[in-house]
Design a protein around this ligand. Structure first.
Ligand SMILES: Cc1cc2nc3c(=O)[nH]c(=O)nc-3n(C[C@H](O)[C@H](O)[C@H](O)COP(=O)(O)O)c2cc1C
Length: 259
């Protein structure tokens, strides 16, 4: 492939990268144990969650893969007693919330892409990074995530991608604020999973909840209209009868397609 025909991301990164990070050895048995023993726990016992453990698990979740490294997530660990009471009510009084030791509201922020882009660009000033990285945030990111006033730029992108897409592969989304919601939710959900697996690895249990009143939770946390509640995660240690039943899944052939 001639250099001028090379995909833009290859041009930006592949050719100029000199950074080396070796893959460290990990323990697959321990990972399997963590994944297999994570269950949605609906009843927690009275054991407290160590504050440092909780903070570490939250910090680890920030290492999750995320789109364009724009970190379109926020995690509100609700510790204030009155707010927590309200939050339990807004989790519809589910046992997973009423018995939880701790509650974390996981929020997707599709509206923060520009702010985080600027924060990233400021951060780059202190780091020695290839020019390509700042070019990506200055040129590609605004093109990809800006939807413009009343979504008009998004609409324009949708039309032009349709025509360009007749000739070559091109990213089709996000081209609306709804797409941006999906964009931010994907990233936030990945961090939610890291949080739950992290908690399990630290000896705790969790339950993700979307049976919640997202509107009231947004009000409680004084979040802007465009913020999206991804889920609330309850945390603690499982009570003896905390798991509702043996885990089962549909046949894996329905989901894993080798094509
Ligand atoms: C996005 C999401 C929302 C969920 N919402 C609730 C909920 O509101 N209440 C609840 O008890 N469980 C909830 N769950 C837990 C699922 O019911 C549970 O993950 C599923 O039954 C599989 O069980 P397991 O997590 O133990 O493997 C939710 C899970 C996810 C991923």
């Amino acid at each position: 492939m001639s250099k001028s025909n090379e995909p833009i991301l290859n041009k930006l990164f592949k050719n100029s990268n000199t950074f080396i990070e070796e893959a460290i050895q990990t323990n697959r048995e321990e990972f399997i144990k963590v994944v297999e023993s994570r269950r949605s726990v609906r009843i927690f016992n009275d054991s407290k969650v160590d504050e440092q453990d909780m903070l570490k698990c939250l910090e680890l979740s920030l290492l999750s893969a995320n789109s364009s490294n724009l970190q379109s997530w926020e995690f509100y660990w609700v510790r204030d007693i009155d707010k927590k009471k309200q939050l339990i009510d807004y989790c519809l009084g589910q046992p997973a919330a009423t018995t939880a030791q701790e509650l974390v509201v996981c929020v997707a922020r599709p509206d923060n892409w520009k702010l985080n882009t600027n924060l990233m660009l400021n951060l780059f000033k202190e780091k020695e990074l290839p020019e390509a990285v700042s070019t990506y945030y200055k040129k590609i990111v605004p093109l990809a995530y800006n939807q413009g006033l009343f979504g008009l730029f998004g609409l324009l992108k949708k039309i032009s991608t349709f025509f360009i897409g007749l000739k070559r592969p091109i990213p089709r989304e996000p081209v609306s604020f709804n797409d941006m919601k999906i964009w931010a939710q994907k990233t936030t959900a990945l961090a939610c999973q890291t949080l739950m697996l992290g908690l399990r690895a630290f000896g705790y249990d969790s339950c993700p909840m979307e049976g919640i009143d997202s509107y009231k939770i947004k009000k409680l946390l004084k979040l802007p209209k465009k913020a999206q509640i991804c889920m609330v995660i309850s945390v603690g240690k499982r009570a003896k009868n905390g798991v509702y039943g043996k885990r089962f899944r549909l046949n894996k052939d329905r989901f894993i397609k080798i094509v």
